[in-house]
Design a binder for this molecule. Structure first.
Ligand code: F6R
Length: 606
């Protein structure tokens, strides 16, 4: 979703803002703009379209020479993508960029209209710009404090005041914004990659803290206007993490990073062959004490929760309910202080997941966040946090973040099952050892690249696709289907294989390929029967199963084989060919793999 950057220093600000915005392209956007101080005036350039178009426009209109400014990539919420709706908004005296949604903007707009303000865009952001102008009486902090006490919703704001050339003001609530500090220069940004080339030191801003960047320094004020000292954080990512490193796309790079990402996630959490999650305060006694577990998340993170449900219920014997966060928060869920709510999020900023977490806390449940981005809102608000250590995930389609999330669920399930006495220490150690073998197994699976590419070539002209599976394979079908549809734009659905004949099989024709996932050997024969039913109706079947299992012609057209580990852990291997099939199908269809249309990496609005 929208990306914000800001720079103050001695370098060419326009160049840095454009470069920093390009590092946030992965967040998804449809227009871009910047505002830079030039000879003490604020000059704004903005356009619908890509950053390259913005750069062209700036070249056409004359480069903006300055060393302090703000920039924005907009993902449209209020009003279509257009030049006028693009950020920055404001006037000759005040210029702002905004990420988030101002929920009461209509009311504020109506009020400002009575004061003579005229609006030209359809955005909620213009209301904030005009409200700032209304309150401004020479003191920017005062004006900002008044504005944030009036507006409702989520916001990260970067602001320039003409009266204070070479200063940047910023504030946030429920939308990410961090402050980077380098040598004689400072930045604001929605995410670290925007300034990682220049510095890896940054401050996190809490709700309604106001930062002023001045002369390359950052001064931070609390909501009452008092200066505060904050801990300077250091990102352990380097530029390599933010570059493609020889791969054609970030998605392919991130798929290939899964073995090392999983090792980083699990290694520090295994001691003497046993899982150990004490670091987050989740003792074995606590784990064994919960009556119910809820997993709440969105999209791919929710699919990771489904794997968690199967595994925890299978070996830990605690009921697990998995919810889409946007449903959970409005369905008046029945949770108590005997329950554990696990929220899962790569970004740690997903608006619905964050609200679901807040609701769960209010209802008295213990909350555990499985999060990738260190210091993100969800990680800061949950009672307990397990960081997944996947490193930077840039491609919009989540791959390695999913794998590490399920790796955490395995550790959790093993420890919980042992704590409850549902499995012996020997069994717990055996399963943990199997998990430790996954990275090496994955290196083998990644070599299936060629077959996945071939299968993709058979799907490239399909308009519809089905994914089927049972048990854990059904959870994998859901993730495989989402991955394919979001980047290839082929319509696809996942179905519990046994459910197919209750309606959906009527869709099966020779134009409807079916990917059948069958790694759970206790369910294998049943899925084979379902695949045969598809084949008998002219459908083309791609069968994903163990390497050693032979698949007859009346079952499948193509087989993708996987090495064998304990069936419970097969999802860790199964996901890779599903990701690769989606990836190559998207490439072959000529799509923008890393930035699929209409999607944003971090969904900070509900
Ligand atoms: C799909 C995808 C999304 C995210 C979802 C949640 O590839 O990436 O479905 O999984 O938007 O995002 P996070 O994990 O950041 O909360």
């Amino acid at each position: 979703m929208c990306g914000i950057v800001g720079y103050i220093g001695k370098k060419d600000c326009t160049k840095i803002l454009l470069d920093s915005l390009s590092k946030l392209e992965y967040r998804g956007y449809d227009s871009a703009g910047i505002a830079v101080f030039e000879n003490s005036e604020i000059r704004v350039e903005k356009t619908k379209g890509r950053i390259a178009q913005l750069e062209e426009k700036i070249h056409r209109n004359g480069w903006i020479n300055g060393s302090c400014g703000i920039g924005h990539t907009r993902w449209a919420t209020h009003g279509e993508p257009s030049d006028v709706n693009s950020h920055p908004h404001g006037n000759a005296n005040i210029s702002i960029v905004h990420n988030g949604i101002i929920e009461n903007y209509s009311k504020i707009k109506a009020f400002l209209e009575t004061k003579g303000y005229v609006f030209e865009s359809q955005t909620d952001t213009e209301t904030v710009a005009k409200l700032l102008d209304y309150y401004y009486n020479g003191d920017p902090i005062d004006a900002i404090r008044n504005v944030i006490s009036d507006i409702e919703g989520s916001y990260a704001l970067g602001i320039l005041f003409k009266d204070f050339p070479n200063k940047i003001y910023a504030v946030r609530k429920d939308s990410p914004l961090i402050v980077g500090v380098g040598d004689d220069e400072a930045f604001i940004a929605s995410d670290i990659p925007a300034f990682l080339k220049f510095t890896n030191k940054y401050y996190l801003l809490e709700t309604n803290e106001i930062v002023v960047l001045d002369n390359g320094k950052a001064e931070i004020f609390d909501k009452h206007g008092f200066t505060i000292q904050k801990e300077l954080m250091v990102a352990d990512w380097d530029m390599e993490a933010a570059e493609k490193g020889g791969y054609e796309h970030f998605m392919l790079k991130e798929i290939n990073e899964q073995p090392s990402a999983i090792s980083s996630t699990i290694s520090p959490r295994i001691a003497d062959g046993m899982p150990n999650l004490n670091e987050c305060g989740l003792t074995q006694e606590k784990l064994a004490s919960y009556s119910n577990i809820f997993v709440v998340a969105c999209g791919t993170a929710m699919h990771a929760g489904l794997v968690g449900k199967y595994v925890i219920e299978q070996i830990g014997r605690i009921p697990v309910t998995v919810d889409v966060a946007s449903e959970f928060r409005y369905r008046n869920p029945i949770i108590t202080n005997k329950d554990l709510v696990i929220v899962v999020s790569q970004s740690g900023e997903t608006a619905d997941t964050l609200e679901a977490l807040r609701l769960s806390k209010k209802m008295g449940a213990d909350t555990l966040a499985i999060v990738n981005v260190v210091g993100s809102s969800i990680s800061r608000e949950a009672d307990m946090v397990i960081y997944t250590h996947a490193g930077l995930e840039i491609s919009v389609a989540s791959t390695k973040a999913y794998s590490v999330q399920i790796a955490v669920f395995y550790l959790l399930a093993f420890e919980l099952a042992y704590a409850k006495g549902a499995i012996s220490k020997e069994e717990c150690m055996r399963l943990t050892k199997e998990l430790e073998s996954v990275p090496a197994m994955l290196e083998i699976v990644l070599k299936q690249d060629v077959i996945c590419k071939y299968v993709a070539s058979t799907l490239v002209n399909a308009e519809n696709l089905l994914y089927i599976g049972r048990g854990l394979d059904y959870a994998m079908s859901m993730e495989g289907s989402l991955k394919l549809k979001e980047i290839s734009y082929i319509h696809s659905e996942s179905y519990a294989a046994g459910e197919l004949k209750h309606g959906t099989i009527s869709l099966v024709t020779d134009a409807m390929p079916v990917i059948a996932v069958a790694t759970q050997r206790n369910l294998f024969d049943k899925t084979v029967s379902n695949a045969k039913e598809v084949k008998a109706r002219g459908g083309k079947v791609i069968f994903v199963t163990h390497n050693y299992i032979n698949v007859d012609d009346d079952v499948a057209d193509y087989k993708i084989g996987l090495p064998t580990i304990d069936d419970l852990l097969m999802p860790m291997l199964t996901v890779v060919p599903l990701q690769l099939i989606a990836y190559y199908t998207s490439v072959l269809r000529g799509n923008d793999v890393d930035k699929p249309r209409n999607l944003a990496k971090s969904v900070t609005v509900e």
